[in-house]
Design a protein around this ligand. Structure first.
Ligand code: SF4
Length: 337
């Protein structure tokens, strides 16, 4: 009895993040691994995305959007790297250090190009907020009839306003490759976007007219070590490639938001949260969903553990780190997946 009360208290006290919910939706074992294990190495794609995300957060200030200059980009990238190291990446050794050295110039080139490419569009907007927290609590009845309040939190990358007063919710993604057709299909039915729109409406009564999906391509150019290329030379090469074909690096897609879509989302989401709460209370078993081990973004990070019980590349999270994963307000940028 004490145990179940403690579990209910844990679920009700800390808002769950989109990241943990998303793992749960894919595979319950993945969500459990996410809570229990921390990858010893650093994740290249995640690190790259988080550096660009934090830099953008510093490039757009609340109020009328100003032009993004190279000097502002340099400062924002410096801040993003400081934060990235603070986020527990400073214990990752030589790999992370090397990554930091060669990616800094590339991130700068990419964001200078971004500012130039979208200057006219963005300076016509007002920035309402960056990394805007949206929260909502769902009261659900678990499979064994327990009433539980489940708080959920998400962070909108950017919320902007047009001169007409219409809101634009912006989600930025750094991708290596994408197909426009596939992306548009996915966006029409994107769980994260729908959840954030729904929360925005429920909490602030703001209904964005459109969701703008802002894609920044992750350069595929790599340091040519055999030719003795330096990180600065690589950054120059990336900058040249961006100037030659900016449309290859930057794209934006608008998804209209309509009321029907929000209503049907509410119903489905409540069912999903009922599943989640029942799982957290131990009413649903944790099992391996083998159909999700090799997804569209590559293999799941936890394959060594699931397949062979091999935890060599991982370490058990301590109590504080576990708490950080369960408390979505403390944005954990060092997740494995
Ligand atoms: S490897 Fe497969 S079964 Fe294991 S956590 Fe990942 S998706 Fe789930």
């Amino acid at each position: 009895m004490v145990n179940i009360l403690k579990k209910i208290e844990e679920v009700e006290s800390y808002p769950v993040s989109f990241s943990l919910l998303s793992d749960f939706g894919e595979c319950k074992q993945k969500a459990q691994h996410h809570i229990d294990w921390k990858h010893k190495g650093f994740n290249y794609y995640l690190s790259y995305g988080s550096i660009i995300g934090v830099a953008l957060e510093h490039l757009f200030k609340r109020g009328k959007v100003k032009a993004i200059t190279p000097a502002k980009v340099r400062k924002a990238v410096d801040i993003a790297f400081e934060k990235w190291f603070e986020d527990d990446n400073n214990d990752k050794g030589a790999d992370a250090q090397q990554f930091a050295e060669w990616i800094a110039g590339v991130a700068e080139a990419l964001l200078i190009g971004y500012g130039k490419h979208w200057r006219r569009d963005d300076t016509a907007l007002t920035c309402v907020a960056m990394e805007y927290p949206v929260e909502s609590t769902f009261r659900v009845e678990t499979y064994l009839g327990r009433e539980v309040n489940v708080p959920i939190i998400g962070y909108i990358d950017g919320l902007f306003k047009k001169k007409s007063g219409a809101h634009i919710m912006r989600e930025t993604k750094t991708k290596g490759r994408w197909s426009e057709e596939e992306l548009l299909d996915q966006l029409d039915f994107d769980f994260q976007i729908q959840m954030y729109c729904y929360f925005l409406f429920k909490q602030y009564k703001i209904k964005p007219k459109t969701v703008e999906y802002d894609v920044i391509r992750r350069p595929q150019l790599r340091l040519n070590i055999s030719k003795g290329e330096t990180p600065e030379e690589l950054a120059e090469r990336v900058a040249e490639d961006i100037s030659a074909r900016p449309d290859f690096y930057y794209a934006r897609y608008d998804v209209p938001v309509d009321r029907d879509w929000l209503d049907s989302f509410e119903h489905d989401f409540k069912q999903f949260i009922t599943d989640y709460a029942s799982w957290r209370l131990g009413e649903i078993a944790t099992f391996k969903n083998r159909m999700r081990c090799f997804g569209r973004y590559g293999p799941c990070d936890f394959i060594p553990i699931c397949a062979r019980g091999d935890t060599l590349k991982f370490r058990k999270r301590n109590k504080k780190e576990r708490q950080k994963v369960l408390d979505g307000r403390r944005k954990d940028n060092t997740n494995n997946a």
